[in-house]
Design a binder for this molecule. Sequence first.
Ligand SMILES: Nc1ncnc2c1ncn2[C@@H]1O[C@H](COP(=O)(O)OP(=O)(O)OP(=O)(O)O)[C@@H](O)[C@H]1O
Ligand SMILES: [Mg+2]
Length: 312
Amino acid sequence: MSGDCFPGFSAGDFPPGVSLYTGKVRDVVDTGRELLITVTDRISAFDRVLALIPSKGEILSRVSLWWFDKTSGVCPNHVKAQLSARTTVVRKAAIIPIEVIVRGYLTGSAWRDYQAGKAVSGLRLAPGMRKNQIFETPLITPSTKEASGHDEPVSEREIVERGIAAPDVWGHVHEKALALFQHGTRIAASRGLILVDTKYEFGLLPGGGLILADELHTQDSSRYWYADGYEDIFRAGGEQRQLDKEYFRAWLIEQGFMGEGTAPDIPDSVREEVSRRYIEAYKAITGENFTKKALPFEAEREIVKNYIRENI
Ligand SMILES: Nc1ncnc2c1ncn2[C@@H]1O[C@H](COP(=O)(O)OP(=O)(O)OP(=O)(O)O)[C@@H](O)[C@H]1O
Ligand SMILES: [Mg+2]
């Protein structure tokens, strides 16, 4: 079954001078002027790549493109062209090494920090809040993007003080992140979903312009709840009904794996279930049925190679 999946390229697939960056999930080919971002079918959990999930890469690529299109009036983004179901040509930017996390609700790691009496990325939240409660206005709780190891929460003030972003650049990022989140929240609501929180990456173009980069409002970078039932579940103190995301982690934890030591073998049945959930999320977010368009590995590689040949 993993025969259907796309594991990623290797450096030898491309001519010399073309560099390949292998992220956990995406392969990034640098042609010098542009990047080609190919979303593979790799899945990571606890910062480790653990399996290949049928159709995952294509779904993430298409969900991002769907959102980039919907938000292009709110913030300019890196997309230049869709090359295939899983590969996008993007403008190359100097990424600001911050995960710009925006939260509409007190949940996840922010809830855990709050409960432990800690500040959330330097923010002191109002006392007496409950798990999964909506914030009066969405919060920005940034983390540093670390090359290795885990990302660390950082305050907006520190970002500027440490010179990670200039004050005017960060001001712009702050404003755009909130505007994108607000717009995303509105569109998600029209689809019966709550955009609970998400992560943005921004970059600067050679001319200094700020653009939205990376992925956008995907089920990997965002938490979504079903709006229907939110209030009742919140009042009862229950767990919200969530799109995707936790199933694979929860399965790993059940097997006693939390990122340390040898990972368990992932049976096909689990990979199929994860895939099914990615497809569900695709439908829930975009309102469209998912029909697979991704090409087999060799055909994808030829498309990318041809593009490089013609554009380098
Ligand atoms: N327009 C862009 N210009 C430059 N880099 C980009 C752009 N869009 C995305 N990237 C970078 O491409 C990489 C995508 O790979 P992926 O997200 O799979 O890696 P990762 O393992 O999550 O690593 P990282 O922690 O760096 O995100 C990221 O490093 C991201 O910052
Ligand atoms: Mg990433």
